[in-house]
Design a protein around this ligand. Structure first.
Ligand SMILES: Nc1ncnc2c1ncn2[C@@H]1O[C@H](COP(=O)(O)OP(=O)(O)OP(=O)(O)O)[C@@H](O)[C@H]1O
Length: 668
């Protein structure tokens, strides 16, 4: 039994329906240690036969057996393994990969062996030294002479320690000196116990081997043994393995680096769309946060405003007034009582609701006359300080305690003490207002209070002025004047912000004799309504920006198609070395992924610079970061970039993987 047996090989090419038979029944036996030259007329089918022996061609009749095992040439994976394990190829046109250094060209084949990294690198260098190119390992193929390139190709063919080395006109492009050296190497290779099959037109090349096979008219017409094959020693051979995914990533990265500027421009183009998406999302976060802060600075978000639930037609005015005072809105629909104030029992009931910490009655006095040192001013609206009020509204001094008052700077303090308005803090002022008492008679409610603080909201943001009396001061004065002190509005403090929503809902659901009593609204619900609109607006902006991502995707698709077209030959070489369709697909997908991830990194970097610049520019509006890019924004950008890259790579990578290795190798 011979090592390699060809039996009754027939092969035809077809032009339309017309058949062109090339191989018409080839039977050949080869043994290890032989250096066989195939001679024959041009166009006689020598290369076709080599492609069949080399496991590149699957469309033929007949059988090829290696080491006693019939090759299943219909099984593509089996052929991939056969090429990877058993065959090394040397071509007339060298077929080196131009964007890889000499050593990397050799390593491609070694990556499919079980050697570790150091061993692979050592073997690659040893092989290059053996062919006299130890010094040239880090050059690119374009920096080598023809003879040197062919020697790199020989080193690569030997890298995976193949038993069969096929050389298709290995000296066709070389001068006499280089031809001599290459033949010497081929003889050494056969001497190592490998089978060397070379295709040649040159009798002198053929004479250098151990055997000459001549083809004529698609058949073997002559088979001449020149000398005995070399002795085959039983040496241990290298084992092959599937190409690890990491190698595809590394190779893709090398190609990315090799075409750095072209790829950089694509990355830049892609990152612009991603940058816009990330920046607009960050702007959305910032503005939402800003609204939240602005409102929460004025009203405690942990407090719910509760008023009597009214039918729309009846109490909407009182409700609107209550809402305005606390900055909240109220829902009014359905049936309810016409009363507008709460009984003590109703207040107690609220106090018993889970998570409620405190219930304050809210009193409001309108047109309050203020007197100090002979000067007077009118407070349009004065309320008692409740849990819903926050110290943020008190700009100077502190919040009002019992018997104290906070007055607005511009509309009150400056009017009663123009120059020394700040020194009003600690001074006692007189306050009075007119209202109806319980007997429906107009009375004047009068009281004194010490100024504990001054607010300054009347001029900014168009807010009404903030004036507050602390403790029960206002209620006591009202009682003294026989004015009704039942409250129409309650400030209900909740133990934790997280419970506000649930408690608001709960209070709204409370019923007395089947009737709804309470109408509760939280400032949080108002903020979230505004934030919904802000989010909608910034989402629309981000969506518009994402249109440019479609352009980015198209750009990557075009680049990948270009990459596949310009690398057709490389695909053929890699397939001939034993890489599978999956390896080729992975190579192009990883290249696209590198572009996608690099774009996301660049977009994130530009977005953070954009964030810093925008926030700096807007710092004159308010000392607040209006752009706030979150980790979620960054992660989303990376996910988008990866998805785009994968989608863009899908078709080109599929096309690359589907290329017929023989056609790919024949590409210019
Ligand atoms: N893909 C193909 N489609 C159609 N015909 C083909 C194809 N490849 C080769 N042929 C034809 O098959 C015949 C054999 O080609 P092959 O390349 O095997 O010959 P060869 O003996 O190696 O020639 P040369 O010595 O000139 O390289 C030629 O006539 C060629 O035109």
């Amino acid at each position: 039994m011979s090592y390699l047996e060809l039996r009754d090989i027939h092969k035809s090419y077809y032009l339309g329906k017309e058949e062109f038979p090339v191989l018409k029944g080839i039977d050949l036996d080869f043994n290890l240690g032989e250096f066989v030259s195939i001679l024959g007329e041009s166009g006689g089918g020598k290369s076709t036969l080599m492609n069949i022996i080399g496991g590149l061609d699957r469309e033929f009749q007949g059988s090829v057996s290696v080491d006693g095992h019939k090759l299943d040439h219909k099984n593509e994976k089996a052929l991939d393994t056969y090429r990877r394990d058993t065959v090394g190829y040397i071509y007339q046109a060298y077929n080196l990969i131009s964007h890889l250094r000499v050593i990397d060209n050799v390593l491609i084949s070694l990556d499919m062996t079980t050697l570790n990294k150091e061993q692979r690198e050592k073997r690659a260098l040893d092989l290059l030294k053996r062919v006299g190119l130890g010094e040239q390992a880090h050059k690119y193929p374009s920096q080598l002479s023809g003879g040197q390139k062919q020697r790199v190709a020989i080193a690569r063919a030997l890298a995976s320690d193949p038993k069969i080395v096929i050389a298709d006109e290995p000296t066709g492009a070389l001068d006499a000196q280089n031809t001599e050296e290459v033949l010497q190497l081929l003889n050494e290779i056969a001497e190592e116990g490998r089978l060397v099959i070379t295709v040649t037109h040159s009798q002198s090349v053929a004479d250098a081997g151990t055997r000459i096979v001549h083809m004529e008219n698609g058949k073997i017409d002559h088979d001449e043994h020149l000398r005995d094959p070399y002795e085959v020693a039983n040496v241990e051979r290298l084992e092959s393995r599937l190409l690890p995914a990491s190698v595809a990533y590394k190779t893709a990265f090398k190609h990315f680096k090799f075409n750095f500027w072209r790829n950089f421009l694509i990355v830049l183009g892609t990152s612009i769309g991603l940058f816009a998406v990330i920046l607009f999302s960050g702007l959305g976060n910032g503005i939402s946060g800003y609204i939240n802060k602005q409102v929460n600075d004025m009203v405690n978000p942990q407090v719910i405003t509760v008023s009597r639930y009214q039918k729309k037609s009846q109490g909407s005015q009182q409700q609107a007034a209550a809402a305005q005072q606390t900055g909240a809105t109220t829902a009014t629909s359905g049936t309810a009582s016409t009363k507008t104030s709460f009984s003590n029992k109703q207040i107690k009931r609220l106090e018993q609701v889970a998570h409620v910490k405190q219930v304050d009655k809210v009193y409001t006095a309108s047109s309050v006359a203020t007197k100090y040192n002979g000067h007077s001013a009118t407070i349009s609206s004065l309320t008692n300080w409740t849990a819903s009020d926050t110290s943020n509204t008190v700009k100077y001094g502190s919040k009002p305690g019992k018997g104290e008052v906070v007055i607005d700077r511009d509309s009150v303090a400056k009017k009663i003490s123009s120059k020394h308005w700040k020194s009003l803090i600690g001074k006692t002022i007189k306050l009075s207002y007119k209202t109806l008492n319980k007997d429906n008679k107009m009375v004047t409610v009068t009281f004194k209070a010490k100024v504990s603080g001054i607010s300054a909201t009347s001029n900014s943001a168009g807010m009404v002025s903030d004036n507050y009396v602390g403790g029960a001061t206002l209620a006591t004065a009202m009682k003294n004047a026989n004015v009704d002190t039942t409250a129409s509005s309650l400030a209900v403090k909740i133990d934790h912000l997280d419970n506000v929503k649930a408690v608001t809902k709960k209070i709204n659901q409370l019923k007395t004799s089947q009737k709804r009593v309470y109408s509760a609204t939280s400032v949080q619900s108002m903020i979230s309504t505004i934030q919904t609109y802000v989010k909608l607006a910034t989402d629309v902006l981000a969506a518009i920006a994402s249109i440019s991502l479609v352009v980015s995707a198209l750009m990557i698709i075009v680049t990948m198609y270009m990459s596949v077209s310009s690398r057709t030959k490389e695909i053929g070489i890699l397939r001939a070395l034993g890489q599978s369709k999956r390896d080729i697909r992975r190579l192009f997908i990883s290249e696209s992924l590198i572009i996608g991830v690099a774009s996301a990194i660049l977009a994130t970097a530009i977005a953070f610079i954009g964030q810093a610049v925008t926030n700096q520019l807007l710092s004159s509006v308010d000392n607040y970061a209006f752009v706030q890019i979150s980790l979620t924004n960054v992660v989303t950008t990376f996910v988008i970039a990866v998805v785009i890259a994968l989608l863009a790579a899908f078709l080109p990578a599929r096309r690359a993987a589907k290329l017929n290795p023989i056609d790919a190798l024949a590409a210019d």
